[in-house]
Design a protein around this ligand. Sequence first.
Ligand code: HEM
Length: 457
Amino acid sequence: WRNPKCNGKLPPGSMGLPLLGETLQFFSPNTTSDIPPFIKGRMERYGPIFRTNLVGRPVVISTDPDLNYFIFQQEGKLFQSWYPDTFTEIFGRQNVGSLHGFLYKYLKNMVLNLFGPESLKKMLPEVEHAACRRLQQWSFQDSVELKEATASMIFDLAAKKLISYDPDKSSENLRVSFVAFIQGLISFPLDIPGTAYHKCLQGRKRAMKMLKNMLQERRAKPRRQQSDFFDYVLEELQKEGTVLTEAIALDLMFVLLFASFETTSLALTAAIKFLSDHPLALKQLEEEHEAIIKQREDPNSGVTWKEYKSMAFTFQVVRLANIVPGIFRKALGEINYKGYTIPAGWAIMVCPPAVHLNPAKYQDPLAFNPWRWVGMELNGASKHFMAFGGGMRFCVGTEFTKVQMAVFLHCLVTKHRWRVIKGGNIIRTPGLQYPNGFHIQIMEKELQKDEIKHTST
Ligand code: HEM
């Protein structure tokens, strides 16, 4: 257990207890925005590359930018996407299976067809309308829990786009099943009634059943014009020699729905929390977006797709929020790197927080500084920025997230103000969560000015 077989020199580290390994330490909740204590302690002791054991598997953890880069570039050759068995259970065997094999490219194209730039450009007015409408509704409430509220907004948009789901018309609420699913997602994998893990699996079952019924209804009543993911899938399923199956399509649908609203609502909540704590950054964002509005009044310029893609701000938010605490791979063969040997079959976890909070690369790494990258060309991924992964598996939802965030913030800072009521504290298990939510009161800007006038007279 302690000394696994290896043809060379294993990276240093501890394999923890038999069977359990260091699983409990890894999942132990913490409230820091810094590099997770589990990782930080071991980096200090063993260096940037070390070994451990998580959920019964030997794992090498990499906080080394060069090794991370190598891992992303070698996808499908020396490394392959791999997630712990509990994830396979939770996200569906078809997903995990098909995302490895020859189906992968085909599925990715299908997803990009819906969430790629061309499709998003067309979606822009709809995103803006949804954001403005929600914000206006919330401004009548004394308090809004932002994580839940933005999740609901994004879920409705994504579900409409993917499956033309209308929450007002459907009697069963699809998102309720997703909420149960998420609450147990990062929990100890014990499937007996009462546990969070059990509830998570039940939530998934209910959501899958609803998706299956919807697909069958659509099959019975096909639509003339292809407009959502269901239409696309049904057409593909009918093609001769197709590699797609209904089970794969349903699993993929589930993952896309989940990935689209959970990650982006966490990022938006983090953005508004950072802005609440940094009035200067808020002022600058307001000025930038008011400039956009001014251009818009000019009939020749209108708001452009490029302006909405303000990357620097979104990237600073996700750098600090570290929504994805680990990216997992499996070594397909024996790998020799910087004097260490990683045996074939071992898991490898790339650790984005260690990269994003590295003081050697980012001065004052914990500071929220949206000006950090001014004037620099930003790519979606680099050795020092990997919030959306890298290489072949780079997140297909990056553009969707950027558009959602930019549009929402645009509507928020140009038309509204807010004040924090309570909550906003975070916990990492190691996934980011807001245990008490983040409650704010939203006011319309004009209203606020009127109120001020009123009080002064
Ligand atoms: C703040 C928002 C988001 C973050 C931080 C994020 C992060 C990531 C990361 C780190 C990966 C790479 C995983 C790996 O290499 O194993 C990934 C992949 C993926 N993401 Fe996202 N994501 C976000 C938003 C989204 C959205 C909105 C969608 C859906 C529309 C989405 C769908 C996916 C899918 C399908 C993959 C798998 C791609 C593949 O394996 O090739 N993500 N994401």
